[in-house]
Design a binder for this molecule. Structure first.
Ligand SMILES: Cc1cc2nc3c(=O)[nH]c(=O)nc-3n(C[C@H](O)[C@H](O)[C@H](O)COP(=O)(O)OP(=O)(O)OC[C@H]3O[C@@H](n4cnc5c(N)ncnc54)[C@H](O)[C@@H]3O)c2cc1C
Length: 425
């Protein structure tokens, strides 16, 4: 690709990855025109506070704008979704009927909350999902009205954070999760049980191994109760559906790229792959929408939902599209944090496939600990609960694929590192 000022870069998705990717293009010297397209009517804003401080009313939903770190000199097309991609003619189709020509395209369309499978029930007043600013404002308003009980459906990170925020407001909350513990998919059932006990001790009515089958209305269009598979019902006038996400790739239908609701496939460098597995070197993807081979995990394709990853991959993609570091693989160590009941949970690496777990620092009993996950004799992830100061040392071991179990007998460690079953399926 030539690097002239006449070139056109388009970024689709005006959120964290879109903004940081656009900034990176400029930082890397891209001098052509830059257009950022966003389906939402807002300039980029941060999502992590939405399930934490916004729900509790500490921060207003519209007060999480992301700072601009670099002058962008960009055109913003906000409140208009991209509806199609014409790769043959290098143009993005927009919902207002217009087309945007590109020479370089960054796809950063992220993900949306998976909706309740029954659309009629999902539309009842009081039924919420939580992904964007409007969702958070609507849920906050409903919570502030003083519901009788909040039901959270799904015990992943968003579900756990919502439950925690509702308890902080003093509201009665039930969380229903089909797995044996909350956070079982990401942390496994061993740590999931520890986190579950913390929630239960803070007054959450935790129903694991249970499933919501259908939602009943009150005859006036508002949800009244949830019926469980196998019998029984939970009275609740607010229901938060927290069933994970669907990647926003539908607008790419017909573009000949390899994409589905699990993400847009990329090569190791970050270029989008076509249906035959060939990279389109004019297109890169970053953030929640991208599914890419991670070098730390044997090249297995992963799609992450991590704030830090969205930034790092977007910065990489910006450099890539600007013509810098061609072919350089992206492989930043995945990192994530969550806040529940004022506990700070942080993780590095990916737990998928872990066959062992050790509590390497602290202990669940004292409420502060760090767990290391291993697979086939190597450290693959570490999770800290209220003791992030230990995390960098273990992050280095994960990044270096250090032997598992990790080094023991440090003065501040438990006497013996017992290898436990993480309980990941
Ligand atoms: C409530 C909540 C709490 C979170 N908390 C944490 C946390 O504590 N720690 C952590 O590490 N991560 C957290 N995350 C995850 C983190 O926010 C995401 O990883 C990050 O937002 C990903 O950024 P992104 O730009 O890739 O995607 P998104 O933020 O999803 O942005 C994609 C943007 O693209 C737009 N878009 C979609 N389709 C189109 C289209 N066709 N045309 C134009 N625009 C389109 C969307 O409207 C959206 O604005 C949280 C996420 C949520 C929702």
């Amino acid at each position: 690709m030539s690097r002239t000022a006449a070139e056109r870069a388009v970024v689709v998705g005006a959120s964290l990855a879109g903004l940081r990717g656009a900034e990176s293009l400029r930082r890397a010297g891209f001098a052509g025109s830059l257009t950022v397209v966003g389906a939402e009517p807002h300039r980029p804003y941060d999502r992590p506070p939405l399930s934490k401080h916004v729900l509790t009313g500490e921060v207003a939903a519209d007060a999480t704008a992301l700072p601009n770190l670099v002058p962008l000199d960009a055109q913003w097309k906000l409140g208009v979704a991209a509806t199609g991609l014409d790769r043959a003619n290098r143009a993005v189709r927009l919902a207002d009927g217009s087309r945007l020509a590109y020479d370089r395209l960054l796809i950063a369309t992220g993900a949306r909350a998976r909706s309740w499978p029954n659309p009629h029930e999902g539309r009842l007043a009081g039924v919420h999902t939580l992904r964007d600013r409007a969702d958070a404002a609507a849920l906050r308003a409903d919570l502030a009205a003083g519901p009788r009980r909040v039901l959270v459906v799904g015990g992943g990170f968003i579900g756990c954070e919502v439950a925690s925020g509702c308890r902080a407001l003093g509201l009665p909350v039930t969380l229903v999760e089909p797995a044996p513990t909350p956070l079982a998919r990401v942390l496994g059932t061993h740590l999931g049980a520890v986190i579950g006990a913390i929630h239960a001790a803070r007054g959450l009515d935790l129903r694991c191994g249970a499933e919501v089958e259908w939602l009943e209305d009150d005859g006036r269009g508002r949800v009244a109760r949830a019926h469980l598979a196998g019998g029984g019902a939970i009275e609740a006038d607010i229901v938060v559906i927290a069933l994970g996400v669907v990647r926003n790739t539908d607008w790419l239908d017909g573009a000949g790229l390899s994409a589905d609701e699990g993400g847009l496939d990329c090569d190791a460098a970050g270029h989008a792959l076509d249906a035959d597995g060939r990279p389109d070197t004019r297109i890169a993807a970053a953030g929640d929408v991208a599914r890419f081979p991670h070098p730390l995990y044997g090249g297995a394709r992963v799609a992450l939902e991590h704030w830090g990853h969205a930034i790092e991959q977007a910065e990489h993609a910006g450099r890539l599209l600007a013509g810098g570091a061609p072919g350089k693989p992206y492989g930043a160590l995945p990192t994530f944090w969550s806040t529940q009941h004022r506990l700070n949970i942080k993780s590095v690496g990916l737990t998928k496939g872990a066959d062992g777990l050790v509590i390497a620092q602290g202990s669940p009993e004292e409420g502060r600990f760090l767990a290391v996950y291993g697979r086939a004799g190597r450290c693959i992830a570490a999770v800290s609960v209220d003791c992030a100061r230990w995390l960098p040392a273990y992050a280095a071991q994960v990044a270096d694929r250090a032997p598992f179990p990790p080094i023991s007998a440090a003065t501040d460690q438990p006497a013996r590192l017992a290898v436990l079953a993480p309980g990941l399926s």
